[in-house]
Design a protein around this ligand. Sequence first.
Ligand code: SF4
Ligand code: SF4
Ligand code: SF4
Ligand code: FES
Length: 952
Amino acid sequence: MPDSTHTLLNAMTDKDLGTPPSVKETTISVVIDGRSIDVPEGISVMRAAALAGTDIPKLCATDSLKVFGSCRLCLVEIDGRKGTPASCTTPVEDGMSVQTQTDRLAKLRRGVMELYISDHPLDCLTCAANGDCELQDRAGQVGLRDVRYGYAGDNHLDLETDTSNPYFDFDASKCIVCSRCVRACDEIQGTLALTVEGRGFDSGISASVSQPFFDSECVSCGACVQACPTATLTEKTIIDHGQPDHSVLTTCAYCGVGCSFEAELKGGEVVRMTPHKHGGANSGHSCVKGRFAWGYATHQDRILKPMIRDAIDQPWKEVDWDEAIRFAATKFKGIQAEHGVGAIGGVTSSRCTNEEVYVVQKMVRAAFANNNVDTCARVCHSPTGYGLKQTFGTSAGTQNFKSVEQADVILVCGANPTDAHPVFASRMKRRLRDGAKLIVIDPRRIDLVRTPHIEAEHHLQLQPGTNVAVVNALAHVVVTEGLVDEDFVAERCEDASFERWAMFISDPSNSPEALESASGVPADDIRKAARLYATGGNAAIYYGLGVTEHSQGSSMVMGLANLAMATGNIGREGVGINPLRGQNNVQGACDMGSFPHELPGYRHISDAATRESFEKLWNVSLESEPGLRIPNMFSSAIDGSFKGMFIQGEDLAQSDPNTEHVVAALEAMDCVVVQDLFLNETATYAHVFLPGTSFLEKDGTFTNAERRINRVRPVKPPLQGLSEWETVCRLASAMGYGMTYPNAAAIMDEIASITPTFAGVSFAKLDEAGSVQWPCNDATPDGTPTMHKDGFVRGEGQFMLTAYVPTEERSNRHFPLLLTTGRILSQYNVGAQTRRTENSKWHDEDVLEIHPSDAETRGVREGDLVALSSRKGSTTLHALITDRVPPGVVYTTFHHPESGVNVVTTEISDWATNCPEYKVTAVEVTPSNMPSVWRQRREERRKNSSRIDAAE
Ligand code: SF4
Ligand code: SF4
Ligand code: SF4
Ligand code: FES
């Protein structure tokens, strides 16, 4: 598309063709109203007519759902056939001749519409859907002028509206029981929350067991609202503000799925986010966050003016941009003059665009003159980068999301897709309902283990911290039971590395039996799961932070890669290794050179040729030694040698482990600059606050978990007056390194000019193609959906030895339980955005899941306040008693700063990348009757440090 506005082209490609496409590639010839047309074999008459340009009236059919055939509005006449078959349920046949418009059909259709309209409120002019209602359109289309039956008979006009869901209403009086909502919930979302209750005249839509939507199993994905052809299911924003007048195509800024949305606006304000039917990652689906939780962008807590202060116990002073930039640059330069160039550094954010990240790492390397740049991926997916680079040669997942549709066996390890990657989870669940087998490796019984029409074949419920023991045991079975794909290994992998690995892994110490006591997983289950993975057809691995956030995170990533290579499950559709990235742009932030040892495109800083090319482009000389990682920056700050930090859109004081240590480091610095939307926890310790932009104001790109580069388009100008990349350029320039770009597109052009995997990427290309998956260059101008097809990026795949080493974090008499952490659907990461939306109605505090037997021995009852204590610290949470966690394991989320879960987590980290071991902390849980000391101290600090003296 040429620009950000919705064009006629979009309107055409968005057209609802009534029934889904065919998978067949052959075409046949049909005649529609006397016009001959070639169409794919297997489609419906309705779709064929739509392709021929003829819209047959329809109500129960839509091309995103399977055909249903209930409304009888789409009748047609077919030469040589009796009667008037429904066009949506009738497949085309070669030579078929169809009439879609005859007097007989018109009469029948009007009759059907009359029945609908006689039991429908006639308030079109004041209805929220006026102008966007299929029922209204169909009445016009069939030429309905009168209702012969009158409106006085039995009807449903007095049914009440369910307003319980915070984002949409259900007005039952307008329901035509077409069942599109039920089918959307079943087929697209896979929650199966809706049913048609009753029969005939008494039939109606019911959420769970006739419950209000809010209390039902509904997860507010919005698929039913999207599918509803009437005003029955309508967004509250549309009811409040009316229909949008234009739209802008952009990308969700929450998770690594990277769903495309039409931001629909009325004037300058967003009134609805509609999932884009042709979105490469989401194909028209959404979750509650992207679809509804965007109100934070204009929340009153947003800071719109730059602020400065000399010390963190002073009130903030609002200043203009120039003064704020000057203040920060002077402080940073002063620190460097006194403590050396290496005394400052920067952290990039996976919440920001590729362009925004690129300029921060460039500022650190060129203006700060060091490599002290790191990113929040340090604490999530850095082991993915390391592990996949070692084994395959590139730090990224191997497939696109669609690939799961070809998988026969799906292995989900340390990931909880229904909560953390919901739209991909829906796609995966569709494949599982269609017959793929599921293996789950997780200490907790995540939803996928048993959910409507899905049951995991194997749930390997391991002890936290024993991933590597389990993956080694799986691989042991593959090797010792002769399940290795010898041809694949011989052709595609390094012989020597395989020989070495095969010898190591077949050692009896790696057998399921030997590792059973460590992992807690019965050896027999491991053996069966390994056989299924190796012999069940296409086997695909999906993993998350439950793999990476361990002392052996990198080993586990390599262990999974070994398993995939040994069984030949790599390099085609339906297989592969797929890290489910947490934040929207984790992949991109890593791609853009955010690590202290790597320039954009994962090229080592010590490589002279690479460095030289950047030096030439940036006209600067670069330091050849890697800089400090985030944990090193913190410990150096406490030691007194690191004094200043630029923090882009990350709340380190909430998200990083061992909060007291982080706070001590931040307090020890002379200049902390925070660029963010809100005064977050980290800003409590900052000296400069540079207001950031929400995704609705950003112009740039995000790269999702499939390496898909999506455009993020501004729907409004930055509320605080400056793009984030522009702020960073100004700071770099004030530091003495002139950095300017005319626009964000020029930054991407520079990235493409210096990064081989991005060489073919530009805003123009993305506008034209929608999105591309890198590598995108001369060799692969349309991008690369599946990697390592004919060979690994590093040449031959390398098997790596992954000896299981138990974590140092052990339970003992004082801390007998193991805490593991994760996310919940309605909240997102540190909750900065979602806590400022109605999503908090579902989850307004982090709670501690504890097994009934552990609760009982401690005298803990449901809802009790409990103290959660580790060797590092203590906090308080309310208890939720559940057998989702096994005895000995407790679980919580980390979305709310008040719960301070990271006060208890430790600094133990991955041996290769320093990714913290969030997933294993030895703790004790005891009944409590007051908030933790830490919590009280936090409130005191916040009170002292969040005062703002407004500018005159
Ligand atoms: S709520 Fe909408 S989609 Fe569902 S049955 Fe009623 S009219 Fe159809
Ligand atoms: S919002 Fe989603 S989960 Fe809820 S009923 Fe509708 S389709 Fe089902
Ligand atoms: S699945 Fe992720 S990217 Fe998609 S709408 Fe939800 S939060 Fe946004
Ligand atoms: S659209 Fe064909 S029966 Fe409803």
